[in-house]
Design a protein around this ligand. Structure first.
Ligand code: NAD
Length: 294
């Protein structure tokens, strides 16, 4: 029976996820290197530890929610020295498939799962994230009670690394579809269409997709979308670029042809390179209003 959970990485996603575990009755102890992240998590009822060691001390389960593969491997290497055998250890960060498999290999005595998520910060707040799981069947069943308070859907995808593989495919499609949605609004603007009128058509016609219906890149039609708060993330463009690079690398490694994924990666490289990496990934619409024809 899992009662106590250590949560490492309390950023835009981690803090609300940890907060939902608190609401579900788990004793959650968190650690983050950033003071602001620690404060946000504390406001959600998470007990804050000063070190990773004291966060995981006595925990039945550990969750990591970190920016990249190198940090996940660094933290999991540290965990290898301090967690009890049999501890459930879940990584929900988005990282490369090989990094995920390597992380599983660092904790052979533990129950390990790669469990990246989709649904953004709104899904993290609402406890409606989609979890994509990689790991063996027994590990997936062990993880379910911990994931459920944070989840809308829990989807087993296969063995170690399969959750990350599914996540990279999803986010490559998301990057492409956001550029597509933004281009449609830019074209509509040039053609004299009102944002709301175009949204009403796209969101109910064959152009509908998450980037239009839930995360609309222009202000107005979807009040919760980052466009309504000057594109504060949400999901930062730098993180989208990270995911598109991971997808491109995976495509190269397994010789899959992903020309639109490669093009989306180049557009986000230019956008982030222009100093916009901290803005939400839907802010690429401002970049697309300039001339980027190729
Ligand atoms: P974030 O940058 O807001 O949070 C990451 C946190 O990790 C930060 O608070 C940082 O201080 C902390 N951190 C870094 N190194 C650490 C260490 N050694 N020990 C403890 N804490 C450390 O990022 P986020 O938006 O919360 O995303 C986290 C992960 O989730 C990323 O891998 C991202 O790709 C993925 N993701 C994000 C979204 C989203 O919409 N933001 C959606 C799905 C998946």
């Amino acid at each position: 029976m899992i009662r106590s959970i250590a949560f490492i990485g309390l950023g835009n996603m981690g803090a609300p996820m940890a907060g939902n575990l608190v609401k579900a009755g788990f004793a959650v102890t968190g650690f983050d290197v950033a003071p602001a992240a620690r404060d946000h998590a504390r406001e959600r009822g998470v007990r804050i530890a000063d070190t990773i060691g004291s966060a995981v001390d006595g925990a039945d389960a550990v969750i990591t929610m970190l920016p990249n593969s190198a940090l996940v491997l660094e933290v999991w290497t540290r965990l290898a020295a301090i967690v009890r055998p049999g501890t459930l250890v879940i990584d929900s960060s988005t990282i490369d498939v090989e990094g995920a498999r390597a992380a599983h290999g660092l904790l052979p005595g533990c129950i390990t799962i790669d469990a990246p998520v989709s649904g953004g910060t709104s899904g993290a707040e609402a406890g409606t994230l989609s979890f994509m799981l990689g790991g063996d069947a027994a590990a997936i069943e062990a993880a379910r009670p911990v994931l459920e308070p944070m989840a809308g859907r829990i989807i087993p995808c296969g063995s170690a690394g399969a959750g990350q593989a599914a996540k990279l495919c999803n986010n490559m499609l998301l990057g492409i579809s956001m550029i597509g949605a933004a281009e449609a609004f830019v074209l509509g603007e040039k053609l004299g269409l009102d944002h709301q009128a175009l949204f009403d058509v796209l969101s109910t016609s064959s152009g509908q997709c998450w980037s239009v219906n839930t995360y609309c890149p222009v202000p107005g039609p979807v009040p919760a979308s980052p466009a309504n708060r000057d594109y504060a993330p949400g999901f930062a463009s730098a993180l989208m670029l990270k995911d598109l690079r991971l997808a491109s690398q995976a495509a190269t490694d397994c010789t899959a042809s992903t020309p639109l994924g490669a093009h989306a990666r180049r557009l986000y490289e230019d956008f982030v390179g222009s100093g916009q990496g901290h803005r939400d990934f839907s802010a690429i619409i401002a970049f697309l209003r300039e001339d980027h024809s190729v």
